[in-house]
Write a protein that binds this ligand. Structure first.
Ligand code: ADP
Length: 834
């Protein structure tokens, strides 16, 4: 199959990772890979040297006319983009992987060529760059039937039979229009004698798959679009910075953020950045005039002593009459009515993102692979798919249905049917908005639940600190205030509890916690078994009705001990819940723990810098050691996110055969780089992969074996992997999962209240549970059930859902191919390079 990929519409971080992944996955599957520069515009323009011949050959000049017309327009990014692309081209293994021969071997230029064949090394290292290196454009020509005819002609001419489109809903609509028209377009080209009978036969169908590249996260039927996490990261960095100046001067800030018709960026920024009020298109303020509602809310916050005010306005925000809400006007209201010293900040294009965060490297890589699979499996009758993601599962959904649903949101908003707009955005969006109100609004007695149902909730952190622990605690505490419960902070884990280090949290006290790394409560690994009887008596003394444990494997273990302790101690007959938070992501059954996103970002930042240094030396391998205990998640995912050449995990261990094979791979790889143009490469080694083949041993071995081809150095990331400031994704997930935990505690508390009052309460085993994410769904797993899936000795799950990631890491650097190459091929390629 010949597959072409293009990026279209607004650029977003992660588009390069998509191109890299699709190109590599395609080559691995034996396809010929092409890129189309400048989006649909490039498709319409095609490659001019061919089209001139074709234009002469035909009297009916429709296609040629269009091509000439666009070709006469100012040349699109022909200079900068050319330089950029050429700069990024590498002429290495394209020569070697037979099916990935690079267009550029021989140094042909790109001038006048928009559809170009690419090879393996052409896309190497594209991960770390923002935007899209193959260019994107908004193409008026492609919107016309003539433009699409020219595009079809150009594809057939190059023999391309499948197209991967990465863009927003506009681009994906274009893709679907193109596909549905394809048979007529081909017939028309044939009628015009622009294509032969054989070409018509061979190209009767066009296979298309869509990937959603958009910072707005506005596409239905997928939880996330490529680029949205990075955009959110940039916004939250700005809010974090603004927070400190707002606090210092006791100011109010009104922030306008991007998002077109979608409020996702504004909503998530509100949740992760701790805003006081937000305006999003899908749910304008209920009360009219909204100025009253906003001022009342902010005034309540100010009255209890809040020094800073943050209001976020989505670019498409309006009131319930669809009258636009502008940041400047909001400022005016806050100044005039509340007398606040208010400033407006418009973040503008900085939000497009630049360097992609870890998520915007991993997601596009996985989705790119899936896109190629979808094309290979596509039959003429199957619909075009869009590749999406649901929680942690990569999905295929019918492209046109997703586009239709996306459009329906905008239509619902136009019709002021905001309830429908919210439903169409999906349940998670509504949950996040609900969560925002629970966490950010100060409630009065009228919102609270009846006194007899109110709880005293103990909140405790366990294990090593992880990003999002504080955000989860903040959300839980704020939920308590809203409902009338009492949130009790247990400081310094179970040791602290035994020392009576427990106090009540306050609404204002937790205000800045969502942006704080580490653990505000203090955390350690002491288990309640240190003195279970004493722990039970402290539960009684503080009169806990429910317990929220935030932490990693220890937290799970602690919950297990407490649940088993119910046999002996009535004090443990309360609902108890564990919210997984650990950078190791080693809690059984859940695919996601708070902190793992923050940690991967820290790893990506560090590895980008290390790789840069390694590349500057031209031929250096860096062995990077990661934390993670006996769980290789962070190493494997980190390797995927940084494009590492090798990864060692505790699950697979290290042995001599592996090392011998790996050395051979690196030698082959370096021997194929053009002389003087080798790249730095990374080897990621989880600290507990082997007690014998340590980072230092492997580094020395590579130094010795690398000879003149490469040298080796090592770096240990250690505790930097805890990541400092938590990522917005960790903060937002912390809030969402924490609120679910609180609802779980409430539910089980109510069930206990229904038991006869004169009898000892008996909590059911499922009231001690762990909140988990499994593939596309959120599941509560009773702690006793978790045990069956836990490898207690190695402190990890028995099965690791990411086991296939290591294989993918190796595939993405072409390891099996390089290792499988015969000596004769190597010599031949070396000779040809000389
Ligand atoms: P986005 O993909 O980010 O939503 P646009 O809406 O600008 O961005 O769409 C990008 C490009 O997709 C447009 O410039 C146009 O070339 C193409 N496109 C959009 N809608 C259609 C359509 N209905 N028919 C054909 N092409 C379209």
């Amino acid at each position: 199959m010949k597959i072409a990929i293009l990026t279209s519409g607004g650029d977003s971080a992660g588009m390069n990772a998509v191109v890299r992944s699709v190109v590599k996955a395609g080559i691995l599957k034996g396809c010929e890979m092409w890129v189309v520069r400048e989006g649909y515009e490039g498709l319409v323009r095609g490659n001019t040297e061919h089209s001139e011949q074709q234009a002469q050959a035909t009297t009916q000049a429709t296609v040629a006319e269009v091509q000439n017309e666009v070709a006469n327009q100012p040349i699109l990014a022909q200079t900068d983009s050319d330089k950029n692309l050429l700069h990024n081209l590498r002429f290495g293994d394209g020569e070697l992987l037979k099916d990935g021969t690079s267009e550029y071997v021989g140094g042909r230029t790109l001038k006048g060529r928009y559809i170009v064949r690419v090879g393996w090394d052409d896309v190497r290292g594209w991960f770390a760059q923002g935007g899209t290196l193959i260019g994107t454009a908004r193409s008026a020509a492609f919107r016309t039937p003539e433009g699409r005819l020219a595009a079809a002609f150009n594809l057939v001419k190059e023999g391309i039979d499948a197209l991967v489109v990465c863009g927003g809903d506009g681009s994906l609509t274009g893709a679907d229009v193109f596909r549905s028209e394809w048979p007529q377009l081909i017939a028309e080209l044939h009628t015009q004698s622009l294509i032969t009978d054989a070409q018509m036969e061979a190209h009767s169908h066009l296979k298309i798959v869509g990937l959603v590249g958009s910072i707005d996260n506005d596409m239905s039927m997928t939880d996330l679009t490529i680029g949205a996490p990075t955009a959110l990261q940039r916004i939250c960095e700005a809010i974090d910075n603004i927070n400190s100046t707002a606090y210092s001067h006791s100011r109010a800030f009104v922030l306008e953020v991007m998002g077109r018709d979608c409020g996702w960026l504004a909503l998530l920024a509100g949740v992760a950045g701790g805003a006081d009020f937000i305006f999003i298109p899908e749910r304008p303020p209920n009360v009219m005039p909204w100025e009253d509602e906003m001022c009342a809310e902010i005034d309540r916050h100010r009255k209890i002593g809040k020094r800073k005010t943050i209001v976020i306005v989505a670019e498409g925000a309006h009131d319930s009459d669809l009258k636009p809400v502008h940041a400047e006007y909001v400022k005016q209201v806050l100044t005039d009515r509340l007398g606040l010293d208010t400033r407006v900040t418009t973040l503008g294009h900085t939000q497009r993102g630049g360097r992609p965060c870890a998520f915007d490297r991993i997601l596009p890589t996985l989705q790119g692979v899936e896109a190629v699979e979808a094309l290979l499996e596509a039959e003429p009758g199957t619909p075009s798919y869009m590749i999406g993601v649901q929680e942690n599962k990569i999905t295929r959904v019918p492209l046109m249905e997703a586009v239709k649903m996306t459009r329906a949101v905008a239509a619902a908003v136009r019709e002021k049917d905001f309830a429908k707009a919210m439903t169409l955005r999906g349940p998670e969006f509504a949950e996040q908005l609900d969560g925002f109100h629970h966490v950010s609004c100060l409630a009065d007695e009228s919102h609270m639940i009846p006194v007899e149902k109110r709880m005293r909730v103990g909140i405790i952190h366990m294990g090593a600190p992880a990003g999002g622990m504080n955000a989860a605690t903040r959300a839980a505490a704020r939920y308590c205030f809203r409902q009338g419960h009492t949130p009790l902070a247990i400081h310094n884990g179970f040791r602290g509890l035994l020392d009576d280090n427990v106090d009540e949290l306050t609404w204002l006290g937790v205000d800045a916690w969502m942006a704080r790394g580490g653990s505000e409560l203090g955390t350690n690994r002491t288990l309640p078994s240190v003195d279970l009887g004493a722990v039970a008596s402290k539960f009684q003394q503080f009169n806990f009705h429910a317990l929220l444990i935030i932490g990693g494997f220890e937290a799970f273990n602690a919950l297990l001990i407490l649940e088993e302790g119910r046999k002996h101690y009535p004090a443990f007959h309360i609902p108890m819940v564990h919210l997984p938070a650990t950078i190791s992501n080693n809690v059984p059954m859940t695919e996601y723990s708070l902190g793992s996103d923050t940690s991967l970002n820290a790893l990506v930042d560090a590895c980008d810098a290390i790789k840069q240094s390694a590349s500057a030396s031209r031929n250096r391998v860096f062995v990077v050691e990661t934390q993670g205990g006996k769980c290789g998640y962070i190493a494997a995912m980190g390797a995927l996110a940084t494009g590492a050449s090798l990864v060692y995990t505790p699950e697979d261990g290290i042995n001599l055969d592996m090392l011998r094979r790996d050395v051979r791979f690196l030698k082959t790889r370096y021997s194929l780089d053009p002389p003087g143009r080798s790249e730095g490469r990374l080897v990621i080694r989880s600290e507990a992969s082997s007690s014998v083949y340590t980072t230092s041993v492997i580094t020395k071995m590579l130094q010795e074996e690398g000879g003149t081809l490469f040298d080796a150095r090592s770096a240990s990331l250690g505790h930097t992997l805890q990541g400092g400031i938590p990522s917005p994704m960790d903060r937002a997930r912390a809030a969402r999962l924490s609120l679910k935990c609180m609802a779980f505690l409430e539910r089980h508390h109510e069930a206990l209240l229904k038991q006869p009052p004169h009898k000892t309460k008996h909590a059911s085993p499922d009231s001690a549970a762990v909140i988990t994410i499994q593939a596309s769904s959120l599941e509560w797993v009773p702690v006793q059930e978790m045990v069956q899936h836990a490898d207690m000795a190695n402190r990890r799950g028995k099965e690791s859902w990411w086991a296939g990631v290591r294989e993918l890491v190796e595939a993405m650097v072409g390891r099996p191919q390089f290792l499988g190459m015969h000596k004769s091929e190597l010599q031949a390629s070396e000779l040809s390079r000389k």
